[in-house]
Design a protein around this ligand. Structure first.
Ligand code: FAD
Ligand code: DLZ
Ligand code: SF4
Length: 532
């Protein structure tokens, strides 16, 4: 494990944040091993500005420690501050100030952060730190921030599909003679199958924690034991080499079927054919470019069909780049909008998983165990419920930022605020993804074991998604009825008589009131003193 380099003045002090763990990050490109020092800091503020899932903190600290050891092995001077080192101030600013005092650098170099919050801190460093601070563009995305901003300028509604086609042309991924391979840009229509009964899922590789990771896990349990989440099943790749193994395993075993069952959900099987690469990718252990080209290569070699390869590449080249561009083009105003004026409190079952809504109970259980749920679980179960129950965007966003190992505000916020809650009034997506229980029933096996009946529309046994869906349309009629993509449901709603509308309102009111009477507990499910 690298320690403190000798206290002598250095050339450039290069701060690498916990989600910038690649030798190719812009802050390290011109590194001089003779004169420069690379600084990595474990700081309490980053683990607690929201109370992250224990696996997220363990993943980041373990990945940081391994990365530091790799740099040291390369002969680079690394100054690594551990969380519990004496004098550790617990903040980026405090640790940078201490490191400047230790090393007396001629300049400080950093790569711009993923989050607005840290970007603001960096602006202050320029004023207060002493040596000049250079903030370099993050070179790990395929679309630079300025290019996206240029594309987005003057457009109120941004459309992923338009952006994605531009990115295909720009990179040449799945292109032939200027045209999309297969003659179509998008094969999504072929990607929405339910998992057949008895379908055998592939075994997924996990990564046994080594001594370094085990030490971090013990640290996290001791220092952050009251945070949400379990550590027992920790098996994320925490080095580049393991992350590459995870990618190779996905391409060989799962990509050929990825598209078909992309939207399916199954009890006790959160991973299905998904890639499980987002924590590693977002932390710098993999690059978006290498992942997309690895998938394209599998297609060209005949190892994966086009609809699966295109569906997968679209997630990274399209969605991931799009949400990142949108975040930086629209922040900080973006997060303060609340187009549907949603204000209900986040129900406690988002933490405890104790609810008769079996779909939510299953997704919370997966999330607690793995700091992971796949896209459709996030969008159509916990997300859809938050939308149609009218939950307060800020509380829902905080939950998503806490519970997933891959969560950073640049990617979480557009997905939750824009895609799920439509709190941005349609900047990100044309219409809210509201759905009744029928969608969850079609794509999962959750309803079969639920206390509610998905086929029943009203009354005590009815699936709450059914009446909450119509209640959502009623509550937001003035804001959504004129949306061209909502014409069909509003036409159906207008066909309902007064009695049916009153029944929907009554069922929804009774259900939503019942959420308010839930006892408050801590993240482990124990009742807190205040609630007893
Ligand atoms: P796969 O399903 O195998 O997809 C491959 C890759 O595509 C992912 O690793 C990811 O890098 C990218 N991707 C897919 N969809 C998106 C998307 N909508 N936005 C950005 N990248 C995407 N992803 C995060 O990385 N961090 C988040 O905090 C996050 N929050 C989300 C919140 C909500 C409400 C929703 C609906 C989606 C969110 N996503 C987030 C996107 C997506 O759910 C995860 O990237 C994905 O589940 C990660 O698992 P995987 O690697 O197995 O992905
Ligand atoms: C998420 C996280 C955590 C939990 N801890 C640290 C840390 O101790 N040190 C660090 O450099 N980064 C950490 N991170 C990641 C940062 O929160 C991330 O770099 C910022 O959110 C900017 O994207
Ligand atoms: Fe969820 Fe309704 Fe199905 Fe129960 S019946 S699992 S609440 S969708």
């Amino acid at each position: 494990m690298p320690g403190k380099p000798k206290a002598e003045s250095c050339g450039t002090l290069r701060l690498v944040l916990g989600d910038q763990l690649t030798r190719r990050v812009s802050s390290l490109t011109d590194l001089d091993p003779e004169r420069d020092v690379v600084l990595l800091v474990e700081v309490r503020d980053e683990a607690t500005y929201v109370r992250h899932h224990k696996q997220k903190i363990a993943f980041l600290f373990a990945a940081m420690r391994h990365f530091a050891a790799e740099l040291t092995a390369e002969g680079i001077r690394v100054d690594y501050v551990r969380l519990t080192d004496p004098g550790c101030t617990g903040s980026f600013t405090g640790e940078l100030e201490r490191a400047v005092a230790r090393h007396k650098p001629e300049r400080v170099t950093v790569t711009e952060p993923g989050e607005w919050r840290v970007w603001q801190m960096m602006q202050d460093w320029r004023e207060t730190l002493g040596p000049p601070v250079e903030i370099r563009a993050d070179n790990r995305f395929l679309c630079p921030r300025e290019d996206f901003a240029g594309w987005a300028e003057g457009r109120h509604h941004l459309r992923m599909e338009t952006f994605y086609r531009g990115m295909r042309r720009r990179t040449g991924l799945l292109m032939e003679g200027g045209e999309p391979v297969g003659g179509r840009w998008n094969f999504d229509a072929e990607n929405r199958k339910r998992l057949p009964k008895g379908h055998r899922l592939p075994d997924r590789i996990g990564f046994q924690p080594d001594a370094v990771t085990r030490e971090v896990i013990t640290l996290v349990e001791r220092e952050f034991g009251d945070h949400f989440g379990d550590l027992a099943s920790f098996s994320w790749p925490v080095t580049r080499s393991d992350a590459l193994d995870a990618l190779r395993h996905f391409i060989a075993t799962c990509l050929p079927t990825f598209g078909d069952y992309q939207d399916a959900m199954k009890t006790g099987a959160p991973f299905l054919y998904h890639a499980l690469i987002s924590p590693a990718l977002n932390a710098g252990l993999l690059t978006a470019e290498e992942i997309c080209w690895a998938a394209e290569r599998a297609f060209r070699e005949g190892a994966a069909p086009l609809h699966c390869t295109e569906g997968f590449i679209r997630q990274i080249l399209g969605w991931r780049e799009y949400v990142r561009g949108l975040y930086w083009a629209r922040m900080p105003e973006y997060r303060d909008t609340n187009a549907l004026a949603a204000s209900r409190a986040l129900p406690w079952f988002y933490w405890s998983g104790e609810t008769k809504l079996n779909c939510i109970a299953q997704v919370v259980a997966d999330t607690r165990a793995h700091a992971y749920a796949h896209h459709i679980q996030r969008l159509m179960v916990t997300g859809n419920f938050a939308l149609i129950a009218g939950l307060d965007p800020a509380q829902v966003e905080e939950w998503y930022l806490i519970v997933f190992a891959d969560a950073y505000e640049w990617v979480e916020l557009p997905n939750v605020h824009g895609m799920v809650l439509w709190a941005d009034g349609g900047v990100m997506g044309t219409k809210p993804y509201a759905a009744s229980g029928a969608y969850i029933d079609r794509m999962s096996d959750y309803c079969g074991s639920c206390a509610y009946d998905v086929k029943v529309k009203s009354g005590a046994t009815a699936c709450p998604f059914n009446y909450l869906y119509w209640n959502f349309l009623i509550e937001n009629e003035d804001k959504l009825a004129n949306n061209p993509r909502m014409t069909m449901p509003y036409r159906t709603l207008r066909g309902f008589g007064d009695t049916r509308r009153a029944e929907i309102r009554q069922d929804a009111t009774t259900f939503l009131r019942s959420l308010l009477s839930e006892p408050e507990r801590d993240y482990k499910g124990d009742q807190t003193e205040s609630a007893v």
